[in-house]
Design a protein around this ligand. Structure first.
Ligand SMILES: Nc1ncnc2c1ncn2[C@@H]1O[C@H](COP(=O)(O)OP(=O)(O)O)[C@@H](O)[C@H]1O
Ligand SMILES: [Mg+2]
Length: 393
């Protein structure tokens, strides 16, 4: 794979090139110049991957133009203070991998290797008993994504008949653990990221709390500043391991599109986008749909959930389907009392108001994901893993 490194910083170019030498499959060329001053990037020796560091707004514009002009090239963008708006623009021109500057050479290597793996023709499907990753995205704060993620995780665990992980990747203001438990979390995503070198099933399991039979929660950090300790590759490693350990991994990505949440979305088997039927939600839903399109997610990967659905709302589900050009929409009814009581007490709605309309709809949603008849067998090694973990504590 031919890689072209473009950065105005000669030291970065050297350090990154050195790191990339570790991979024999890479052929690396460097251009030490700001992107806006580079005339020809894709010429006779067309790179497969361009890793570009942008330090100014002009560079970013040049980058956007380059990526739009040459969609056949894969890109890794390195930048600092990349706002969600800039990230979104990068995603729109097809960029999947973004690294926050200053970037460690090891991260550059890991990211380029990942691009290499993605480019490789798919290996014949090995029989693998991995769990499913379901990501919950909030089109806008307050849509109910965390409420749904937490309740769905609880329902899928079904009293311990399945093993389910609820992972809070809403790193700055995550609150998913509070929706299903009043206990203080054992640890959190940032703490696991800081110990990534030692990450294995035992460490991950010890960092989670079993808040109900079969339901394990990995909380977001308490302190918003800790979010910076979580690199995209950490998020990926955590989720890939969780997928091996659990039948279902429910990820709350919150409403922020970031390099970290992008990993979760990419890895997810299915993405649930949660919104309500009012104009601000629909507007943001449309933006999110555009992002999914530019990421080339197949239509079946995305499911739209209208939460707090009420009859006689100003907009109908039909309006939404037309505006977003989507075939299917799941609706969950508005039930303020049941939802508020559940959230305030940190208890799933099924326990607070088992016969309420919202509890029933959530159960239907869970059953559409995992039909009751098709219960997976508990793997032998998971029981072992539980036993060992418990003994180690
Ligand atoms: N179907 C519903 N009916 C009534 N209230 C709901 C419903 N779903 C969620 N809520 C309420 O909305 C609030 C915000 O939900 P939350 O899951 O935190 O949103 P998000 O994670 O998308 O920001 C919660 O306090 C919850 O009580
Ligand atoms: Mg939330």
């Amino acid at each position: 794979m031919k890689i072209k490194l473009i950065t105005p910083d000669a030291r970065h170019a050297d350090d990154w090139k050195q790191a990339l030498l570790a991979e024999p499959a890479f052929e690396v060329a460097t251009v030490v110049r700001a992107l806006r001053d580079v005339n020809v990037i894709v010429n006779g020796s067309r790179p497969d991957l361009a890793l570009v560091e942008t330090t100014t707004a002009e560079d970013f514009l040049a980058f956007e133009a380059l990526a739009a002009r040459h969609p056949e090239v894969d890109y890794v963008l390195v930048g600092n203070a990349l706002t969600p708006e800039l990230l979104l623009r990068a995603m729109r021109v097809g960029v999947r991998e973004v690294l926050e500057a200053p970037t460690a050479p090891a991260d550059v290597l890991a990211t380029c290797r990942r691009v290499l793996r993605k480019r490789a023709p798919a290996a014949p499907a090995a029989p693998r008993q991995a769990g499913q990753v379901l990501a919950m995205v909030s089109c806008k704060g307050g849509s109910g994504a965390t409420f749904i993620a937490a309740n769905l995780a609880h329902l899928l665990a079904d009293g311990g008949r399945r093993r389910v992980a609820l992972v809070d990747m809403n790193l700055q203001f995550g609150d998913a653990a509070l929706f299903v438990s009043s206990e203080t979390p054992q640890s959190n995503v940032a703490e696991v990221a800081r110990n990534i070198a030692r990450l294995d099933a035992d460490l991950l399991r010890a960092s989670m709390s079993e808040v109900a039979p079969g339901l394990w929660v990995l909380a977001a950090p308490d302190d918003p500043a800790s979010a910076a300790d979580v690199q995209p590759r950490h998020a990926r490693q955590i989720l890939e391991l969780a997928r091996e350990m659990f039948d279902y991994v429910i990820v709350d990505t919150g409403r922020s599109l970031s390099a970290v949440t992008l990993q979760a979305l990419d890895l997810a088997d299915r993405v649930y986008a949660v919104l309500q039927l009012t104009l601000p939600f629909i507007r943001d839903g449309k933006r999110l749909r555009d992002v999914f399109r530019s990421l080339d997610y197949p239509a079946h990967k995305i499911q739209w959930i209208v939460n707090r659905h009420q009859k006689n709302s100003q907009f109908t589900v039909e309006d939404l389907r037309k505006t977003l050009q989507i075939a299917e929409v799941i609706t969950l009814p508005n039930h303020y009392e049941a939802a508020a009581a559940a959230v305030n007490q940190g208890v799933p709605v099924k326990e607070i108001a088992p016969t309420s309309s919202i509890a029933r709809s959530l159960r239907d949603l869970a059953e559409s994901i995992a039909p009751p008849a098709a219960l997976p067998q508990r793997g032998g090694w998971f029981s072992g893993f539980l036993g060992n973990g418990a003994a180690a504590r």
